[in-house]
Design a binder for this molecule. Sequence first.
Ligand code: FUB
Length: 344
Amino acid sequence: MKKSIVKFFALSALVLFAACSSSQTKPLPKPFITGLYTADPSAHVFDGRLFIYPSHDRVSTAKPDNNGSQYDMVDYHVFSTDSIDTPVTDHGVALALADIPWASKQLWAPDAAFRNGMYYLYFPARDKENIFRIGVATSEKPEGPFTAEANPIAGSFSMDPCAFIDDDGSAYLYFGGLWGGQLEKWKTGTFEPSGREPGKLAPALGPRVARLSGDMLSFDSEALEVQILDEQGKPVLAGNNRVRFFEGAWVHKYRGTYYLSYSTGDTHLLVYATSDNPLGPFTYRGVILEPVVGWTTHHSIVEFKGQWYLFYHDAAESKVDHLRNVQVARLFYNRDGTIQPVIR
Ligand code: FUB
């Protein structure tokens, strides 16, 4: 009797180990989204289902420049799946430029949130004065279609919004990006067309964060700069371009710690910093992903069915910087909470 119990447990442990290791090594779909060029994937789990809110890249006649004019997108599609290794569903156009009263062009990296039975899509676009602002659109369904508010969020500027709702219900919108995203033109709090990045030895510009109001449609506070410190506790300098923030902020929480991850832009890395406060300061911790094919790198981090994932994009298929594909990789933490660099 005793022997058979031991045998039963040994067999169960073996089956469990085999199942876990195969789910951790099974190849993931590559690219994750096919059929359309997609980038800047913001991943969320709503009601047990994985939703991806990416940019929708397209062929454009806009001339490539340092402001990213070639990223000339005109709508968003939402994608979802029940399982990481089955094909995703494309839910069609969720929001189109033509239906956003204040926007003129460039629907760049969006994000989404859920609160009080309503889904919110946050998105950047240039307004009629050619200035990047952040808008919000609502839907009763995670896949949309979304209806845009008539005006951008008052007090918003720059791009790449990331919505984060903390365990206590406080909601935050992080945003900002250099060059095409114009963050360096907002150093004084108003838009200065000639604004430049700080000198190499000055503190780098950080992303901005504002608290979202209860209805998730406006800012409840002024946008604050998020400070990123180096491992010695000093502000990261603008010349430290393998570490300094460039664009694509993403915030998630793991075991009580806040993780701010972002792209370093012209050094093409995805890196992260941690804090015990969602408003920072954050301390730089290391690289998550080495450069991919293509100039831009942009990501999100999400837990789905007990496994953490990094969603990102590359231009490996098209070899054209602005025709990108969403990719996914498993993400692992060390015991001390540091993130293991992702192997693709
Ligand atoms: O997709 C357009 C822009 O490229 C995004 O807003 C940036 O983060 C970069 O990925």
